[in-house]
Write a new protein. Sequence first.
Length: 185
Amino acid sequence: MTTTTATTATVPAAAGTAVGAEKKGWGFTVLGITRLMVGFTFLWAFLDKTFGLGFSTPTENSWLNGGSPTSGFLGGSIEGGNPFAGMWEFFLSINPLTDVLFMLGLLGVGVALMLGIGTRVAAVSAAAMYTLMYLAAFPIATNPLYDTHLLMAVAVIAMAGLAAGDHVGLGAHWHRLVKGNRFLI
């Protein structure tokens, strides 16, 4: 009687290859498409708030027409027993700076995720923005502990960990361009 032993060899990624880039399954294509969709969500919010496209922001309330992209949401979070109301009052007290930082965040995260470049920085920024939006909406009427903002915060971090920019994006090219600076990956 002979016994056969199966061995499994692990092939490491080539030097300079992004983590996850060696995986080419359909799930990574879906991950890349998901990254595009999340990026478009941020980019669309930037465009709608800037130009008042009439979806979430009426034209007369657009940023270009002197409206504040943050005052309505933050103002609503002060009312209704939000335990973080003092923090939102502070952000409203420096509203022009808050508006600029919020809009730059929307634009930067949207463009980076759409292109698949700088996904680590974009993911951390998006997770921070999602978490702040969750805290601003707290307590959540439908679930006192959890809402989709937290789900999205975790999802964008997972995208960074799985090198989502390398799939249906320019991430692999970006990695070669900035190979000496891991922060920009």
